[in-house]
Design a protein around this ligand. Structure first.
Ligand SMILES: C[S@@+](CC[C@H](N)C(=O)[O-])C[C@H]1O[C@@H](n2cnc3c(N)ncnc32)[C@H](O)[C@@H]1O
Length: 454
């Protein structure tokens, strides 16, 4: 028997990788039901803390002690009633049917019915005296993220940022200009009934979701890449030109590497490396779809210069590069909007470890940069430890000249854009720029610097 959308959503929420056969279950659904599964899963992930708080007023047992299945059933029921406006009888019955034993069905039914009879009977902590708890529950984040946002951005901007990262946004596409121009692609989308409009960059298009990306017109023909505008900026900052030899150090799945390849043309070369060989395979597949044959993909650990040198030599790849992009793994707070599970999976204690790894990768990268070459460092996070601190330390230690013109890179950026003068970096922020949260820094390697590769 075919599983319902709600049953599949419950299964997805109940296990990290999804139980066996889940992708088959999803494939059997029609487009509307697939969209419903996505909305339910992302909605519950996004609003988990708020939903648990809400449910706790109607549950005589602490919600943390409920089994994952019962708790997720309740979360899904509350989400449908409170956020989706689904009539309570439909929301309740559908979730009760997903439960196994009589006990589970009775419990979920009781809690959800009680909520439907008393909507809004939930008291939040005081905004005046318990600001962190208030914002963390109201906007559904862990306390530590709220605390950090308040410290970094102040109350008004922190609240806008929390809200903005809970609001779904349209899909952004980067046009593959080697194959099509933006106007033609835009017309193609509009002719196919999509709500599509130009983005802030002359190579970006916004599309109001609907169907899966692989069904978009021009996908198989490689006319675009799904890429947030903030994720396009590091490549624009690197400014790859025809003939450049570029190393994209942490390159998978290849969003930036394929853009760089487009820009260096047939005369240039992109070496796209990643520690994870399976993920590196994603770059190869993306290049094939986009018709790019100037990218060499290599699996390596960029924290060790010796390993990198050996991998380059083995593959006959250059040991010196004109331009290098370092887009390392980070805590990902800037992409919570798209991946709300980051809220619950990430720990504040991960941040110093991430920062140490980022610094090591930068240290390796610079050894392969030619004098006068350009290095761009970007992250999709909003912690100063991984951004200003890592970059500031690196620039100071190695005498890189900070060089970044934020106004040229993001035309609709305004004066609120944090851009320390002389620091050579910029932030893009969801609540100000309508993009993912990104940090982008650019430095020029000045000849005469000591300590090059032995
Ligand atoms: C933020 S993602 C890169 C996204 C990519 N630049 C893009 O635009 O599609 C970070 C990547 O770094 C890779 N990575 C993690 N540790 C690494 C290491 N020590 N050396 C090389 N790559 C690493 C991860 O596998 C991951 O694919």
């Amino acid at each position: 028997m075919q599983k319902s959308a709600r049953r599949i959503a419950l299964d997805i929420l109940g296990s990290t990788n999804g139980p066996p056969g889940l992708s088959c279950d999803l494939k059997r659904l029609d487009e509307r039901d697939r969209a419903l599964v996505k909305e339910l899963v992302l909605g519950v992930e996004r609003w988990k803390r708020f939903l648990d708080y809400y449910a706790s007023f109607f549950c005589h047992r602490p919600v943390q002690r409920l089994s994952p299945k019962v708790l997720n059933g309740i979360r899904l029921g509350v989400y449908q009633m409170v956020f989706m406006g689904i009539p309570s009888y439909a929301a309740i019955n559908s979730m009760v049917q997903c439960m196994g034993s009589k006990g589970e069905r009775g419990f979920v039914n009781g809690v959800l019915r009680s909520i439907s009879r008393n909507p809004g009977h939930v008291e939040l902590p005081s905004l005046d005296t318990e600001i962190i708890s208030y914002a963390a529950i109201r906007y559904s984040y862990p306390d530590w993220i709220v605390e950090r946002y308040l410290r970094s951005f102040g109350l008004k901007d922190a609240i806008s940022l929390l809200k903005s990262q809970n609001s779904p946004r349209p899909v952004t596409l980067r046009v593959n200009t080697a194959r099509v121009d933006r106007d033609s692609l835009l017309k193609m989308f509009q002719a196919n009934g999509y709500d599509a409009w130009p983005g802030s960059l002359d190579i970006s298009i916004k599309v109001d979701k609907g169907r899966g990306v692989e069904q978009f017109p021009g996908y198989d023909e490689g006319l675009f890449v799904v890429q947030d505008e903030a994720a396009i900026i590091p490549t624009l900052a690197l400014d790859p030109c025809p003939g450049d030899v570029v190393w994209d150090v942490c390159a998978a799945p290849g969003g930036k590497a394929t853009h760089i390849a487009e820009r260096v043309s047939q005369d240039g070369l992109v070496v796209a490396s990643d520690i994870d060989s399976e993920r590196a395979g994603m770059i190869t597949r993306s290049c094939a779809r986009l018709g790019l044959n100037n990218v060499a993909t290599v699996a390596l650990d960029a924290t060790g210069p010796g390993e990198v040198e050996a991998a380059f030599k083995k593959r006959g790849l250059p040991l010196m590069y004109d331009k290098i992009l370092v887009d390392p793994p980070c805590s990902g707070l800037g992409v919570i909007g798209k991946n709300p599970d980051i809220k619950w999976l990430r720990r504040e204690s991960d941040i110093p470890k991430m920062a140490r790894r980022q610094a090591r990768i930068l240290e390796t990268a610079r050894l392969f940069l030619r004098p006068g070459g350009c290095l761009v460092y970007s992250t999709c996070t909003l912690t100063h430890e991984e951004n200003e601190d890592v970059w500031g330390c690196f620039v100071k230690k190695h005498g890189f000249a900070a060089a970044l013109d934020s106004k040229r890179l993001f035309p609709s950026g305004d004066s609120r854009m944090p851009n320390a003068s002389g620091g050579g970096y910029m932030y893009l922020l969801p609540h100000i720029h309508g993009t993912d949260g990104f940090f982008i820094a650019r430095g020029l390697f000045e000849p005469g610097e000591k300590g090059k590769f032995p």
